[in-house]
Design a protein around this ligand. Structure first.
Ligand code: FES
Ligand SMILES: [Fe+2]
Length: 464
């Protein structure tokens, strides 16, 4: 965990109260500074490996002024090229109108301006293989001068990561301790069930922070409080952070392993756990369409019939998860076995600095990502991708699809309704800075502490 040494240990359950200002969200100068100090320095999640399964498959990834062309150049090799023609700077691969990014398959790319042609597969990946009237340069052009620029690229968790900084350290080191905590969940085996992107009238941090704490549940999603207690924690883990639920106070008879499981995302509702779990699962499926699977929802619906009234919560949880695990195994979907201590320790989601959240579980995953939309601090791209396990060859073909905020599942729309209002509110002359809950909103504080290391401004300070 090399990088961890550089950070004070801030993983304690509760940190002292701190405050941070609004600059990072609303300042145009700050948004401009982010390009060089943040986006051109950090490892960024740029796509999914299954999007480029064959040699010649490519995707593009844009971050402010930079565009990256990611190509599978060989069966076991991926390269990240600067998506710009070396002749006079035309972007090489255009993003089709209305699309999030380009995606396709080709052994070479022909520039739309003067037709210079670049190989992107095999030994010559990156080489400019055709130049009109090359002799007119009098022999001054060589492969080194004309080949495509390249960036660092690596993979982890089934994701492709790029880094625009030639001096960046290794990806694995960057991702720790998140990578080690998430590895047992085998997220590389999950495939997309749906993925939408949209544009918000708020800073990218406002969008991300709406999902990195559970403190907002009673205020934003009051109907969920009928199902259970959603109090939680958020802790800094070096550059990154994670969040999780507190153990339910009403499960005293449960042994440690059940408490561990119940701190995970697949958890029981309160009251008669057979009924509340059935209701909560149904509501979650219809209202969020993530954080669970069809198998879990279906088995939960049978709990009130199959189990007698008064079945202890621990037994309800065990029956529910064991039965769903078996049904999935029978159709060729194996959930990884994760030690319950590890499950409890890992929490429910990791915020990978700077702009990704991975909400993990043994059989599904919910990922959020936010990126700036130009240098306007009041706009961002926001992306939601929901993954689960499929039998061999059974995953659906999906594309990034644009959706208006109003077309997202109901519970997400509740979250979205705060975005522009927070952005606008923080500009109010009378706003005196953020005062996040030191326990439940620790991930918000962590983000700003780490941003300040890059930007040199905006560090949280003690709240006196
Ligand atoms: S800019 Fe690409 S060929 Fe001229
Ligand atoms: Fe929410």
């Amino acid at each position: 965990m090399g990088d961890m040494r550089k950070f004070a240990d801030r993983s304690a359950a509760v940190m002292p109260a701190e405050t941070h200002g609004a600059e990072a969200y609303i300042s145009e100068d700050y948004a401009r500074a982010e390009r060089d100090k943040l986006w051109r320095k950090c490892w960024l999640q740029a796509g999914r490996l299954e999007d480029i399964p064959e040699v010649g498959n490519y995707i593009t990834y844009d971050i402010l002024d930079d565009s990256v062309l990611i190509v599978r150049t060989a069966a076991d090799r991926i390269k990240a090229f600067a998506n710009v023609c070396t002749h006079r700077g035309r972007r090489l691969v255009d993003t089709p109108a209305g699309q999030r990014n380009a995606r396709g398959k080709s052994a070479n790319f022909v520039c739309g301006f003067h037709a210079w042609t670049f190989d992107v597969t095999g030994e010559n990946a990156g080489v400019c293989s055709f130049i009109q009237a090359q002799h007119e340069w009098g022999g001054a052009l060589n492969d080194e001068r004309t080949r495509l620029g390249e960036f660092k690229v690596d993979t982890w968790g089934g994701f492709i990561w790029i880094n625009l900084d030639p001096d960046a350290g290794p990806l694995r080191e960057y991702l720790e301790p998140a990578a080690t905590m998430l590895d047992p969940f085998q997220i590389q085996n999950m495939r997309v069930r749906w993925r939408f992107w949209t544009v918000f009238d708020c800073n990218w941090k406002v969008a991300l922070e709406a999902f990195d704490e559970t403190y907002h549940v009673p205020g934003t999603h009051p109907e969920f409080t009928a199902f259970g207690d959603f109090t939680g924690w958020g802790r800094q883990q070096g550059q990154h952070s994670h969040i999780g639920y507190d153990a339910p106070a009403d499960a005293p008879e449960a042994d440690d392993s059940i408490l561990g499981e119940n701190r995970a995302k697949l958890r029981l509702g309160i009251g008669d756990p057979r009924i509340s779990t059935a209701e909560m699962q149904k509501y979650t499926w219809e209202g969020v369409n993530t954080n669970t699977t069809k198998t879990l929802v279906d088995v939960a619906q049978t709990l009130p019939e199959v189990l007698p009234e008064g079945t202890p919560p621990a037994e309800v949880l065990k029956y529910w998860l064991d039965t769903a695990r078996q049904i999935d195994a029978d159709r060729g979907v194996e959930w990884p076995k994760v030690d319950s201590d590890h499950t409890a320790q890992s929490g429910t989601a990791w915020q990978i600095f700077p702009n990704q959240q991975i909400g993990h579980a043994v059989n599904n995953m919910l990922c959020y990502q936010a990126r700036p939309c130009g240098y306007n601090p009041d706009k961002c791209y926001f992306e939601v991708a929901v993954y689960e396990l499929y039998p061999e060859g059974g995953a659906p073909e999906t594309e990034w699809t644009f959706a208006e905020p109003k077309d997202f599942p109901y519970v997400l729309k509740q979250d979205f309704s705060n975005m522009a209002a927070v952005q606008q509110g923080m500009k109010n002359l009378g706003f005196r800075g953020n005062i996040p809950n030191p326990k439940a909103e620790g991930a918000v504080v962590s983000l700003h502490r780490n941003l300040a290391r890059h930007l040199g401004t905006g560090a949280p300070v003690p709240l006196d």
